[in-house]
Design a protein around this ligand. Structure first.
Ligand SMILES: [Zn+2]
Length: 193
């Protein structure tokens, strides 16, 4: 079973690689999904102020287009997930909104990221059946973040030049603004060399 130790973090270059489409949903793919869920929950159990809302397969070093998303963002006791295989955004709608995002692969850093507040997504479920989702608000944000991962994009890439967008999670669970020039601009962890 995968644990939080299996989660890769920047500057691991796999996080900027495009993942491969899943063909058959084999036992290996099903095991991968279980590993993604257990790694997310193990990570959450180790963090005092955060919820593990979703994970893409690349984040445990497997370059497959698979995403798992918590069924209930409000209730930590609901430890179930929905699986999206080969997820694709079919339509970006609504307004662009800025809000905070974190990532299990970028520890303690948060960013204010502009995203569409309504999207449509198509994917396969764990049985290989096509599903369509219309998502709004936080779920729309989470799905854009995770589908980015399958394309080798991390949220910081969207705000690379935004001086006021970066925050750090303090030990008390509060977000503190980072100094862009000092902490972000030439940060080798975030941007590689
Ligand atoms: Zn992420």
């Amino acid at each position: 079973m995968a644990t939080k130790e299996n989660i890769i973090t920047l500057p691991n270059p796999d996080l900027r690689q495009r993942s491969k489409r899943v063909g058959m949903i084999t036992d290996e793919v099903k095991q991968l999904i279980k590993d993604m869920e257990s790694a997310t929950l193990d990570w959450e159990d180790s963090r005092d102020h955060e919820v593990g809302v979703a994970l893409a397969a690349v984040q445990i070093g497997m370059l497959h287009r698979v995403v798992v998303v918590r069924n209930n963002f409000e209730d930590k006791n609901d430890r179930t997930f929905i699986t999206l295989i080969n997820p694709e955004i079919t339509k970006l709608e609504g307004e662009i909104e800025e809000d905070f995002e974190g990532c299990l692969s970028i520890l303690d850093t948060y960013g204010k990221v502009p995203r569409h507040n309504k999207i449509r997504v198509k994917a396969l479920n764990i049985h290989g059946k096509p599903i369509r989702i219309t998502a709004e608000g936080f779920l729309a944000r989470v799905l854009q973040h995770e589908i980015d991962h399958t394309n080798g994009v991390v949220y910081v890439d969207h705000i690379k030049n935004e001086k006021d967008a970066f925050y750090r999670l303090g030990p008390d669970g509060k977000l503190e603004k980072l100094d862009y020039d000092k902490d972000i601009k030439d940060n080798k962890t975030l941007w590689g060399k």
